[in-house]
Design a protein around this ligand. Structure first.
Ligand SMILES: *[C@@H]1O[C@H](CO)[C@@H](O)[C@H](O)[C@H]1NC(C)=O
Ligand SMILES: *[C@@H]1O[C@H](CO)[C@@H](O)[C@H](O)[C@H]1NC(C)=O
Length: 370
């Protein structure tokens, strides 16, 4: 007796013969391929011991809103094949807002299709239609090119190759360079349910932040003692200096989480995420200060629009906008961006300073966006 036990894989497949009868091909060679279409009709298996590998050289990629990005992925056979084989390629996607902090098995089933390709034919789906293609710059290259990146394209992408019975996949995380900002309603603190928070961010040219985005913002120093919705339906807030009233002194710095909250009934602020804008935000040169109505009109007369809060934060974070003059923004708030803290321009940290929502008749400058 051999002291060695080989794992045996027994697979049976039905092959339809021209006569319409089916015949059972049984084999037990312990290898990975069962290839009926390429066989000689006698049920011979051609691909003994060959394995398919799908891999991505880069587990995560970060990009800029509005630009194009390439998510790297390639496949190969081991040992190498001399003849190309017909494969099916599928890119699917788990949007960042469905990647919850507690990884549930159900999250996997929430992946949706981005693109399917077979040979030269391919099809893209949903909001990716017409925006994606395979790069195919070398044999085995299945990298996905996405054009016109949108704020909500972030998440985990899966590249899958299906070859007969064998398939393998790899994942790539897509992140956007951007900025997280806390946002509350003109009507007051803790006013938004989840859907209101989603809308409020969108109105400010932003989207609800993901857990990862808030985490990065916290690492960069964001400290905010008001709880806000995140894209995954949890409510959290970032604390860098533990203190009473903000989770207490016993808790280490970090994100404080209230977990999943009721999306209709519970009300909080929002954490929004915005990323680089194509246009520019500028402080309008104007001889006098303006009330809110006049401010909106003055930007229009200048051929632009009053800036949104997300645009202001992007300009501050990504373009270094620095101006020590308070100005109206589109939501009726008054703010100014500081990248070089100095005397008489607020606290010693950099940031976008806010005067909240003053009465609309009060007079300030205005920030426009073009
Ligand atoms: C993503 O954002 C775009 C543009 O804001 C919007 O048209 C699209 O419906 C959004 N997609 C999803 C899946 O939310
Ligand atoms: C702003 O001032 C104009 C007059 O220049 C006035 O008609 C308008 O009602 C004022 N708007 C507000 C919100 O006070």
């Amino acid at each position: 007796m051999l002291g060695l036990q080989l794992p045996l894989l027994v697979v049976c497949a039905y092959q339809l013969l021209p006569g319409g009868q089916s015949r059972i091909i049984g084999y037990s060679n312990g290898f990975h391929y069962q290839d009926i279409s390429n066989g000689d009709g006698n049920g011979e298996i051609f691909f003994n011991g060959i394995r398919l590998h799908v891999e991505s050289p880069q587990p995560s990629v970060s990009a800029t809103r509005g630009s194009s990005v390439t998510l790297p992925c390639r496949y190969r056979y081991e040992p190498e094949l001399s003849m190309p084989r017909r494969t099916r390629v599928k890119w699917s996607w788990l949007p960042a807002n469905t990647i919850t902090t507690s990884l549930s098995p159900e999250a996997l089933t929430r992946e949706t299709e981005v693109m399917v390709a077979m040979g030269n034919r391919h099809r893209s789906y949903g909001s990716f239609r017409g925006r994606v293609r395979l790069r195919r710059s070398a044999p085995g290259d299945l990298s996905l090119v996405i054009n016109e990146l949108q704020l909500n394209d972030t998440g985990r992408y899966r590249c899958e190759v299906i070859d007969g019975l064998e398939d393998d996949s790899a994942t790539v995380e897509l992140e956007l360079n951007g900025v997280v900002f806390p946002y509350y309603s003109q009507k007051g603190r803790y006013h938004f349910n989840f859907f209101g928070a989603q809308q409020a961010c969108q109105d400010q040219d932003a989207t609800l932040a993901t857990f990862e985005q808030l985490f990065v913002a916290w690492e960069e120093g964001l400290d905010w003692c008001n709880a806000g919705w995140l894209a995954d339906g949890t409510v959290q807030y970032p604390i860098t200096v533990p203190r009473d009233g903000c989770g207490g002194l016993q808790l280490a710095p970090g994100l404080r989480s209230y977990g999943q909250q009721h999306r209709f009934l519970n009300r909080y602020d929002a954490f929004c995420f915005s990323a680089s804008v194509k246009g520019a935000v500028y402080f309008l040169k104007h001889p006098t200060k303006l009330n809110f109505t006049e401010a909106v009109q003055a930007c229009a007369r200048d051929g632009s629009q009053i800036a949104k809060v997300g645009q202001m934060y992007s300009a501050w974070k990504l373009m270094g906008l620095d101006r020590c003059d308070a100005g109206w923004l589109a939501d009726g708030s008054v703010r100014y961006p500081i990248t070089h803290a100095r005397a008489n321009c607020g606290p010693p940290q950099t940031g976008v300073r806010s005067f909240g929502f003053p009465p609309l008749y009060q007079k300030f400058g205005v920030y426009c966006y073009r």
